[in-house]
Design a protein around this ligand. Structure first.
Ligand code: NAD
Length: 311
């Protein structure tokens, strides 16, 4: 299949591209490298890489030519980034998505699989969270991811294009680097590897549903191969863990026992999170396979190499 991955130099996009190339597909990556890394592309020599912006309609017209499936992973990612820059967040996540959809429609793309986020649910009201949970975004990022999802689904109703939106919970895994807007597992892991103290926001008893990136890749590919399926689906592990217990797992995986500091809760952070993943299982056979124990061990192994070479 001829495939376009937007955000292909990013954490999830690069893992997805790796599997797609391994499966023999012809893959184009479109990324402006704003939060993606050239180091991720080094491992993808068989992909065609176009450095460009999803808001550029001319580039989109070129990279969607002859494409059967678009994996739309490019976004301005994260609550903090969106609070710092809500206008850029909306331009990329809403307008950028509409531009990707428009180009895909014109090019006759069969399916778009778009990255959404569990952030759209806002604070937990029932547990576990299924797709019918009230939707109440707490941050500009969550609001734009919801808008992006709704645009995809509207296109699937209006035009001959299927759209699957995957509401990722907390994704972690190889190629997820430490940055100011980063997720908790890389922040803790790389801080531990520097033998520095880690900071937990709140009392550490908040829970998260962490899903390993290989399971997210599986979900994307199964969603793309499904015929006649459109809709929004939770993608998670279906299990949850406290942040305090996560630190213990990372400590077991690395043999490093970090000093732990506790700070104030952060605005926009939900207290609890746990997904019901039955809809994705029923619609396209999604079944997470990587346990948090194995995933944290593999992540620590990757992070050690990464810390050594300093990408
Ligand atoms: N990582 C998670 O836990 C998580 C959770 C929920 C949803 N998501 C969603 O998954 C997708 C991928 O996230 P990620 O964690 O891999 O983040 P990432 O920052 O590593 O990947 C995003 C990629 O998009 C690129 N990009 C950003 N703006 C662009 C633009 N205007 N034009 C072209 N490329 C652009 C970046 O350079 C980057 O490579 C995003 O849509 C994100 O909202 C991620």
């Amino acid at each position: 299949m001829k495939i376009l991955v937007t955000g292909g130099a990013g954490f999830i996009g690069s893992n997805l591209a790796m599997q797609l190339l391994h499966d023999g597909h012809e893959v184009t990556l479109l990324d402006n490298l704003s939060s993606g890394y050239r180091a991720n592309l080094d491992a993808l020599p068989d992909a065609r890489f176009i450095e460009g912006d999803i808001r550029d309609e001319d580039i989109l017209d070129v990279v969607t030519q002859g494409v059967e499936v678009v994996f739309h992973s490019a976004a301005s990612v994260g609550n903090k980034r969106s609070i710092d820059n809500p206008i850029l967040d909306a331009e990329i996540n809403v307008l950028g998505t509409v531009k990707v959809l428009e180009a895909a429609r014109k090019a006759g793309v069969r399916k778009i699989v778009s990255a959404s986020s569990a952030g759209i649910f806002g604070e937990l009201k029932t547990l576990p969270i299924n797709e019918d949970h009230p939707i109440d975004p707490d941050t500009p990022y969550a609001a734009t991811k919801l808008c992006s999802e709704k645009e995809c689904l509207a296109y699937s109703r209006l035009y001959d294009i299927e759209a699957v939106c995957l509401r990722y919970f907390n994704v972690y895994g190889a190629n997820q680097r430490f940055d100011a807007y980063g997720n908790v597992i890389p922040i803790f892991a790389f801080t531990m590897l520097k033998n520095q103290a880690i900071t937990i926001f709140g009392d550490g008893e908040q829970t998260r549903d962490f899903v390993e990136v290989r399971d997210v890749v599986q979900a994307n590919i199964k969603a793309a191969l499904s015929k006649g399926v459109s809709g929004a689906f939770n993608i998670a592990s279906g299990t949850r863990i406290t942040i305090n217990s996560l630190v213990e797992l990372l400590s077991d995986a690395s043999g490093i026992c970090p000093k732990v500091l506790y700070g104030p809760n952060r605005p926009g952070d939900v207290l609890h999170s746990l997904a019901d993943i039955n809809s994705a299982a029923n619609a396209f056979g999604y079944k997470p396979e990587v346990s948090l124990k194995r995933g944290t061990r593999d992540f620590m192994d990757w992070a050690k190499t990464e810390a050594k070479y300093g990408h």
